[in-house]
Ligand binder design. Structure first.
Ligand code: ZN
Length: 380
């Protein structure tokens, strides 16, 4: 049985807290990281019903997508609804953890799960996130000082690539130097040309660690003047980022695609709405789990025939579909508006499977059966 700290370490590696929006509030709301975890409940929202479901099913961890305490609070007394939930969780020994905007942009995150649920192919982030900014350091060092230098550089943060550390590449060659008057050479004599067998060792490092790594290099290197090269690596688009764009396996009309989205997303009270010509052909689809109205223009410029998100508004939808359609021979990009809940709940089974696999079945992970979408009645 893993500890809560061990489960959090895995979640943080999949959904790094540093990738959350600055306004967001992610991580542990309550709970003791030293306690053991055997049952986990996953839900979109932390509500009294979800908390009760987690307690009744004997869970020690409730993981929700949306934060419980996003805005600052001055009281967690039971007279406040959120305070009441916190008291229930603490009394029952139930921890609460949030993976929100850090889960939205992740490689196996919310929008990726939404693209998967629709069966999209050749999926890319709609707005790729930045990859880590890296430098490349190459140092020239006598061979017998190489291990000590690598230790010092690794200690300062160089040589880490994904799940590997101490990544280096070395080649041997000949270095020459002539110490001049005033020098205090480690090897060689003033005024005489020295030839030395040296190793050129290269390692990558996060740009943010540049000063620490150079300082460590100077401390660990035997030479008075260290010969080194430092270059900035090109930054590539990441597999992470906001929204996703991909292609349907076969083209559909907007009417058919809307029915397909309804069929593939979790069922909610109000279903899926679409704006656009019902006979418009849909092949390239952009998606964004949750409130993604702000990315509609990017979806259109990226060549999407249709964009699926939640919480779309009247005026911006009319501008995108009716107004734009009137000034072009090309049909305007269609917009599909599903419930906020449905576009995010598709991620929960993906996370449940990953957690179960990672902890080799020692963790019992289930997905809440409660639909937390507030719009329960649809009448027309
Ligand atoms: Zn959301």
């Amino acid at each position: 049985m893993p500890s809560l700290a061990e489960v959090i370490a895995v979640l943080d590696s999949w959904y790094p807290p540093a990738t959350a929006e600055r306004w967001d509030s992610v991580g542990l709301t309550c709970g003791d990281p030293r306690e053991s975890i055997s049952r986990v409940l996953l839900a979109v929202d932390c509500l009294p019903l979800t908390v009760a479901e987690a307690i009744e099913s004997g869970c020690q961890l409730l993981l929700t997508h949306h934060p419980l305490l996003l805005s600052p609070v001055h009281s967690i007394a039971t007279t406040d609804p959120k305070g009441s939930m916190l008291h229930s969780m603490v009394r029952a020994g139930l921890a609460h953890f949030v993976a929100h905007t850090n889960a939205d942009v992740a490689e196996f995150g919310v929008s990726a799960a939404l693209a998967d649920a629709l069966g999209l192919q050749d999926v890319q982030p709609l707005e790729p996130g930045p990859t880590a900014e890296l430098d490349q350091l190459a140092v020239f060092v006598p061979a017998d000082h190489l291990p000590g230098l690598i230790d010092a550089l690794a200690e300062a943060g160089a040589g880490a690539v994904g799940n590997y550390d101490r990544c280096t590449f070395s080649v041997e060659g000949e270095g020459t130097f002539r110490p001049l008057a005033g020098a205090a050479p480690f090897d060689g004599e003033i005024g005489t040309l020295s030839r030395k067998r040296e190793v050129r060792v290269s390692m990558v490092l996060p740009r943010a660690r540049r000063e620490a790594v150079i300082a460590a290099m100077r401390r660990a290197h035997p030479y008075e003047e260290v010969a080194f090269e430092l270059t900035e690596q090109a930054t590539l688009d990441a597999a992470t980022g906001t929204g996703r764009i991909g292609r349907l396996p076969a083209e559909l009309t907007l009417r058919e695609f809307t029915a397909e989205v309804t069929r593939r997303l979790p069922r909610t009270g109000v279903g899926v709405r679409a704006a656009g010509d019902p006979d418009r052909i849909v092949r390239t689809v952009a998606v964004c789990g949750g409130s993604g109205a702000g990315y509609a223009d990017l979806a259109r410029r990226s060549g999407a025939d249709a964009y699926l998100t939640a919480d779309l508004k009247h005026h911006s939808t009319l501008e995108a579909v009716a107004e734009r359609g009137a000034i072009s021979d090309e049909p305007a990009m269609a917009l599909l508006d599903a419930t906020h809940y449905a576009t995010e709940a598709v991620w929960l089974p993906v996370l449940a499977r990953r957690l179960t696999d990672h902890f080799d079945g020692t963790l019992d992970v289930s997905v809440s059966g409660i639909v937390t979408d507030p719009w329960q009645i649809h009448d027309h």
